[in-house]
Write a protein that binds this ligand. Structure first.
Ligand code: DAH
Length: 340
């Protein structure tokens, strides 16, 4: 027996189903209604469609579409009822139209970023990495570096001693000596790491800080290699227009010694270009022959240059940070500015 008016029957089924849903009082009842109307095999909508038999090619899509619409309406009403019965909180808790919250991925600390960039430049220039212990002896930290123990730097006022002649290294320069003791020339190394000093924590000092040491030793290394390498580094780090100045200075482990300054050209917000003041970025010099000898090298045959810089200071200059302590306080509002 073929239904003479399937569209009307579908409409009746829709009304019946919605009536039943609105009267449902628990989840079991809702589920029973779902099976009764939408069940695939014996559900009333399926049964009605099966009973239709030979529909014409014009009727088929019209009835099919209407059946789908009714299924959709009944399904939505069932879902809404289910949500309502589960409690008001459950049905209103989520606004699925809101944009998703951004995922916090974290980022490298600005000092780590500066270290990575500095190391990356020297790596491209052919340097490798070296390391040494943070707890070291007076001999490596001072004596081998041509610094007598009555030098002010070796004083307990400035250096953190652990016991007798063992201390927390006050610079990364002892890695120079350790590297030369264990490796033959040519040496071309970068040694980054923590160093410690008896300093008061203030805007420009922290008792623990990072340094990056560099050392190049081989036959025939000259002052030209020294100046050219560091000028090249400065231009790669600070930009091609950067001017570099070597100012005479003194370190016990280098002769001659220099402080390296850079002057940059910066573009201001209004587009005008302006030169910065000279900024000191590192200490450096030709390795003192006494240091080469202390490390077991023949200072008649080998020469070299060395340098040491503080990545925190370099990051401060780069980003215009005025207080070193902000790098250590881990305020996420400060640090997230450097995320990239
Ligand atoms: N060790 C020095 C310091 O901590 C920095 C330094 C200066 C390192 C000159 C060097 C150098 O290798 O040649 O202040």
């Amino acid at each position: 027996m073929t239904d003479p008016n399937p569209l009307a029957s579908l409409k009746t089924l829709e009304e019946e189903a919605l009536g039943a849903i609105s009267g449902a009082t628990d989840a079991g009842e809702v589920e029973a209604i779902r099976i009764r109307f939408l069940g695939r095999k014996d559900g009333r909508i399926s049964a009605l469609l099966k009973g239709l038999g030979g529909l014409s090619a014009e009727e088929r899509p019209v009835i099919g579409q209407e059946a789908n619409r009714v299924k959709g309406v009944v399904q939505a009403a069932l879902d809404a009822k289910e949500g309502e019965l589960a409690g008001p909180a459950a049905s209103q808790e989520y606004d699925l139209t809101l944009p998703a919250r951004g995922v916090w991925r974290g980022a490298a600390h600005p000092i780590s970023q500066a270290m990575d960039e500095i190391w990356g430049i020297f790596r491209d220039l052919g340097f490798t990495r070296a390391r040494g212990p943070e707890a070291d002896t007076e001999w490596y930290n001072f004596v081998a570096l041509n610094t007598p123990l009555d030098h002010p730097a070796a004083d307990e006022q400035d250096t953190l001693y652990l016991q007798d002649s063992v201390l927390l290294r006050s610079h990364t320069s002892p890695v120079q000596v350790r590297t030369m003791q264990t490796h033959e020339p040519p040496i071309r190394i970068i040694a980054p790491g923590w160093v410690y000093r008896r300093d008061t924590y203030d805007a420009t000092h922290t008792p623990a800080f990072m340094q990056i040491e560099g050392l190049v030793v081989d036959e025939g290394i000259s002052f030209v290699d020294f100046k050219a390498t560091l000028a090249e580094f400065a231009r790669r780090y600070w930009g091609p227009g950067t001017q570099v100045r070597f100012r005479p200075s003194f370190f016990p482990f280098t002769e001659p010694s220099a402080e390296v300054d850079v002057k940059r050209v910066v573009t201001r917000a209004d587009g005008t270009r302006e030169e910065t003041d000279w900024l000191e970025i590192m200490g450096a010099g030709m390795v003192d022959p006494a240091v080469l000898e202390n490390a077991g090298y023949d200072s008649e045959r080998y020469t070299g240059f060395a340098f040491g810089m503080g990545p925190a200071r370099i990051a401060m200059l780069k980003y215009g940070v005025r207080d070193l302590r902000t790098f250590f306080e881990n305020d996420i509002r400060f640090l997230s500015q450097f995320a990239r």
